[in-house]
Design a protein around this ligand. Structure first.
Ligand code: UD1
Length: 419
């Protein structure tokens, strides 16, 4: 296992480029199961979850060729309908192959994902929606076993605007018979990217990015070439990195329009964010001010930025309340931040962060992807040495993070963790 060793205190200066979006690339790679032929995807990030998705696609019978951010996926005639537990347990998003497999093969066996570190994360809304389209499911040995004739259009009203559920249903509906209407659909930018990819393959979709998405099923999809959007959460993490170190960063390929809620909070805190011709510049003047944050589905403040902004609030002036409304257990980073000298009290789904003058380096343990990012950020600002252990979580979702940070002046290195 690797760890990151960070000597804190260096203000980050220079340019950092945002990679392609993990959360857009995952469903789009699996949507490549739908057309018969070679799909070419650009700007695919080099991440552990993405490599897991290639393995999954190969197990399902696809050919995957991967070179320098450009990936070709060919889903020929001989597809297999089974996503085994060994893969699903390492990456919950594997469940997104359910919709495309049912649409393409009329059957799918996908291991039921277990609970994650951040919460229970059931998939009931995915299954209920697919049932409305004519699929039936049984549970067998921990697997969801689904079958259907050609899926048929349906009116589906989600109890909650689930991101994965909306994606699964969008993929299932693209080639279903007739019209599907998704109500209370998730509005995340990654949903728009998936819908745009499907449209580039010949799907007829309207309303992506709003709560009501209408899909007129077509008989078949054709392969296309598509460029994945930049990663808004990685971009947001670098905005915080610039601010927390009191540096001056130019973030290239920063999807600022998809980061509105985050940028608004950062600006309220006193972070300077300026849109320039060649990127988004982030800097700050003086000490930041505490502001309250509540996570919400898009366009609200993203749960995937909660941990990073908490790191930033640790040294702001005043107290802030952070409320987590999306996942029930997404405060695993709190006790680790406290090890770095933060003053944070947890009460149910809220955390009260009282700003301290300075964080001080210490060994800490990463528990999930975004928690890891928050510990790296805190380490960059802390006095002395911080060691972040279990960074395999980080490798799931941040492309070459230590390389990108070193290039802008961070004193950060990867080491084998023998302990
Ligand atoms: C996606 C993102 C993840 C992000 C999350 C919320 C990917 C690969 N992952 O996860 O990074 O944190 O959106 O923005 O894109 N729920 C149910 N039943 C369901 C589905 C969801 O109760 O069938 C609940 C979940 O337990 C959770 C909430 O709805 O409490 C949000 O989940 P969802 O939007 O589905 O998140 P994911 O798609 O898993």
């Amino acid at each position: 296992m690797d760890k990151l060793v960070i000597e804190g205190g260096a203000p980050l200066k220079g340019r950092v480029r945002v990679s392609g979006s993990k959360n857009a690339a995952l469903p789009i790679l699996l949507a490549a199961l739908l057309p018969d032929g070679e799909v070419t995807l650009e700007n695919v990030p080099d991440l552990r979850d993405i490599k897991t998705t290639y393995r999954l696609l190969e197990l399902l019978g696809c050919q995957v060729e991967n070179g320098a951010g450009v990936v070709r996926v060919t889903a020929g005639k001989d597809l297999q309908p089974e996503a085994p537990y060994e893969l699903v347990r390492t990456m919950r998003a594997s469940v997104l192959c359910l919709g495309p497999l049912l649409a393409r093969l009329g059957r799918a066996t996908v291991a039921l994902p277990g609970g994650g570190a951040i919460g229970a994360r059931p998939v009931d809304l995915h299954l209920r929606g697919l049932e409305k389209m004519g699929a039936s499911f049984v549970m067998e040995h921990g697997n969801i076993k689904g079958k259907c004739k050609r899926l048929k259009g349906a009116q589906i009203n989600f109890d909650f605007p689930t991101v994965g559920g909306t994606e699964n249903l969008l993929m299932a509906a693209a080639t279903a018979k007739g019209e599907t209407v998704l109500e209370n659909a998730a509005r995340e930018p990654e949903i728009i990217d998936l819908a745009n990819f499907l449209v580039a393959c010949g799907a007829r979709i309207e309303g992506q990015g709003t709560s009501v998405i209408r899909i007129q099923g077509v008989d078949r999809l054709s392969p296309c070439r598509y460029r994945i959007m930049p990663d808004r959460i990685e971009a947001g993490t670098y905005l915080v990195a610039g601010a927390i170190t009191g540096g001056n960063l130019m973030i290239e390929d920063c999807p600022l329009e998809a980061l509105d809620a985050v940028a608004t909070k950062l600006i309220q805190m006193g972070v300077r964010i300026e849109e320039k011709k060649d990127g988004v510049q982030v800097s700050r003047k003086g000490r930041l001010q505490a502001v309250d944050v509540t996570t919400q589905p898009f366009p609200g403040f993203p749960t995937d930025m909660q941990a990073q902004v908490m790191a930033l609030l640790c040294t702001a002036e005043g107290s802030a309340v952070i409320r987590e409304t999306i996942f029930e257990n997404r405060f695993m980073h709190v006790l680790e931040l406290v090890r770095l000298g933060a003053d944070i009290k947890l009460s149910g789904q809220s955390a009260v962060v009282r700003g301290v003058d300075r964080l001080v380096g210490a060994p800490v343990m990463a528990s999930d992807l975004r928690a890891s990012a928050s510990l790296v950020l805190a380490g960059l600002a802390a006095k002395g040495t911080t060691e972040v252990r279990r960074i395999y979580h980080l490798d799931r979702g941040y492309e070459h993070m230590e390389r990108k940070l070193s290039a802008v002046g961070a004193r950060i290195r990867r080491e084998r963790d023998e302990s």
